[in-house]
Write a protein that binds this ligand. Structure first.
Ligand SMILES: C[S@@+](CC[C@H](N)C(=O)[O-])C[C@H]1O[C@@H](n2cnc3c(N)ncnc32)[C@H](O)[C@@H]1O
Length: 273
């Protein structure tokens, strides 16, 4: 009985964690909460790791515990993210979508908070009609293709998914096919500065210096009514980005943070003047 409650507590704690959780802290917190010996908590962690419910990572020599990404996970109200090998039984909420990502080397399997923040922003902004059904999307730095695929599954008409990394391009193409979206998503290595088209939605999980450098290109790439979703920045960097992009008419309309990362949804409307 205690074992089951302990497992549930550990999984819920990791799900809700807003910062990285060290193994040592988790063991201490569980032992205090349940008034049990640390060895019992260690046994629970071993059991959850063997069941692929949690995974260990090493950060600067310290062991961190995180939820494992080998099972379907509800990353936002409507997006169920599924690794290749799992077949979801149900899709959850009305309008829910199943986003399939094969395990690979490219960034964007869902195990990083920046990916999840961007997917959460997308879901919220579609729900609030900040992004229109039928939008045209551009994903700069697509990695596994996850954001472009998420955007099209939620209602974008088409997406152009760009990356500079050959491995990412290969895996993104595989994931696009895996989600049956080859007619709606093109994956390519075009330089974003050379694009002639304009878009209703831009997705960019990139670091701050790249995002700041992109400001003038972004201004040219987006339609007068457009949305931009960014993640990959730190909470303390958001003010710089908001200030820089206000010059091109982009106003923040969604913001959240998780485990030391921030995501922002921006909106530009011709009705804003
Ligand atoms: C943090 S990963 C994001 C992957 C995925 N979009 C996600 O949200 O999980 C950033 C990706 O951007 C790519 N990248 C970096 N600079 C780029 C640039 N200037 N143009 C296109 N891709 C770029 C990297 O190769 C990498 O795959």
């Amino acid at each position: 009985m205690v074992a089951k409650s302990l497992d549930r507590f550990i999984l819920a704690y990791l799900e809700e964690a807003t910062t990285k959780v060290s193994a040592a802290d988790l063991i201490r917190i569980c032992a205090q909460t349940f008034q049990i010996h640390r060895s019992s908590v260690k046994r629970a962690l071993r059991r959850l790791a063997a069941d692929q419910r949690i995974q260990y990572t090493n950060l600067f020599g310290g062991t961190q515990v995180d939820l494992a990404w080998s099972r379907p996970r509800q990353v936002s109200p409507r997006i169920l993210l599924c690794p290749e090998e799992s077949v979801p039984k149900a899709c959850g909420a009305p309008g829910a979508v199943v986003l399939r990502i094969a395990g690979g080397a490219a960034f964007g399997a869902g195990d990083h908070p920046t990916t999840r923040l961007a997917l959460q922003a997308l879901d919220a902004m579609f729900a609030e009609k900040r992004i229109s059904q039928g939008a045209t999307a551009l994903d700069i730095g697509t990695g596994s293709g996850v954001l472009a695929i998420g955007a099209v599954l939620l209602g974008a008409d088409t997406a152009l998914a760009l990356d500079i990394d050959p491995c990412a391009l290969w895996e993104a193409r595989g994931n696009v096919a895996f989600n049956d979206l080859t007619t709606r998503i093109r994956v390519g290595d075009d330089a974003v500065e050379d694009l002639a088209q304009t878009f209703d939605l831009v997705l960019a999980n990139l670091r701050l210096p790249t995002l700041l450098r992109l400001a003038s290109t972004m201004s040219r790439l987006i339609n007068r009514d457009a949305s931009v979703v960014v993640s990959g920045i730190r909470p303390e960097e958001t003010a710089d980005l908001v200030k820089c992009w206000s010059d091109i008419g982009l106003q923040p309309c969604w913001m959240d943070s998780c485990q030391g990362w921030a995501g922002i949804g921006f909106y530009r409307s011709s009705r804003m003047g």
